[in-house]
Write a protein that binds this ligand. Structure first.
Ligand code: PMP
Length: 324
């Protein structure tokens, strides 16, 4: 393993700075500079998106002088589930996945909020149906937590694209190829002047965002589609449900949601490890929240960040300290 921190910058022929290579990446048990972490262009991951992955956050706690990975065990369990459903060779134990993660973040010596992508992929020269050979990379990047006071609420459309379903390409599998469906929705939304999209599923009910789950507030109740509504089994969604019930004393209902309910709800937000809690203020051009970011959404975001950064003693069990 290489533990030194290599700071290198690549300059294009036009003299532009094109890539900062000061990040260290874990690739097949070696920790190497980003620029040296390359894959085979003919591999099934390259051609067919044959990879499963997780996006995991770590939050810096200045008082503890500690970096905490949030719900690392849950993410790695979901990664193993994706490997199983995608019928890939199950090469890594949870302990190996976890050690690789910790080693990579430590090697980079981050003392700030970060996001880490941990991707297990089909390498070699096979086809879309090859179960292996298996490779893995772990790639961290600096990413600050959202400032809910500054973030603009999003204007979303209901996508003309239907969410993939468990009968064709299961949204429960966090496989790279699934994101083509997300891409179609997101690109269309941007093209039409929206910030993002909300999918309906094959039953015509509200499903999720292109890379996030959805909650709405009606009459002080927090309502979210069930896990059978063609959604990813989101770790942030689980966290919000538990914190809303246990800490904020908010009633949570998991049930089908109609498109038009989004027009008349009091608040709505999208959630995920990357976007945390991001308010939605307008759907299909209809304003849904007169208070710009919604008070319950703000309260949930505050509690979520306090929990993820290690400020809530009762929930430190969800954190993995990176530095010893
Ligand atoms: N749905 C989709 C399609 C996603 O890509 C994500 C992001 N991983 C989520 C929901 C949110 O999942 P999580 O809270 O586990 O990050």
């Amino acid at each position: 393993m290489i533990w030194s921190r290599t700071r290198r910058v690549e300059i294009s022929t036009k003299g532009e700075l094109v890539m900062s290579n000061n990040r260290l990446i874990w690739l097949n048990s070696k920790i190497i500079p980003l620029g040296e972490a390359t894959i085979n262009v003919l591999s099934p991951t390259s051609q067919f998106g044959a990879n499963v992955f997780e996006g995991i956050r770590c939050y810096w706690n200045e008082e503890d002088k500690q970096l905490y990975a949030f719900k690392l065990d849950e993410h790695l369990k979901r990664l193993k589930n994706s490997i199983k459903m995608f019928r890939m060779e199950d090469k890594y134990t949870i302990e190996e996945l976890k050690q690789g993660f910790i080693d990579t973040v430590r090697a980079n010596n981050y003392k700030e909020d970060i996001a880490v992508r941990q991707t297990v992929f089909i390498d070699g020269f096979g086809s879309w149906m090859s179960p292996g050979p298996i490779s893995m990379f772990i790639a961290p990047i600096a990413k600050s937590r959202i400032d809910i006071e500054k973030v603009n609420g999003m204007k979303c459309c209901i996508s003309s694209w239907e969410r993939i379903s468990d009968r064709n390409l299961s949204p429960k599998v966090k496989v790279g190829a699934n994101y083509i469906n997300s891409r179609m929705a997101q690109m269309e939304a941007l093209e039409n002047g929206y910030d993002s999209a909300i999918f309906l599923n094959n039953q015509g009910k509200v499903s999720e965002g292109p890379g996030s789950c959805l909650f709405m507030v009606r009459d002080n109740k927090l309502i979210t589609p069930p896990i059978t509504a063609s959604i990813l089994e989101s770790i942030t969604r689980d966290t919000i449900i538990q914190l809303a019930k246990e800490v904020l004393n908010i009633e949570v209902v998991e049930r089908e949601i109609d498109r038009t309910e989004l027009y008349i709800c009091d608040e709505a937000f999208l959630c995920g490890s990357a976007m945390e809690i991001t308010p939605v203020i307008n759907v299909d051009g209809i304003e849904i929240s007169d208070e710009v970011k919604g008070s319950i959404s703000k309260e949930i975001h505050k509690t979520y960040i306090e929990t993820a950064t290690g400020k809530k003693e009762d929930y430190k069990k969800w954190l993995t300290a990176i530095y010893v």
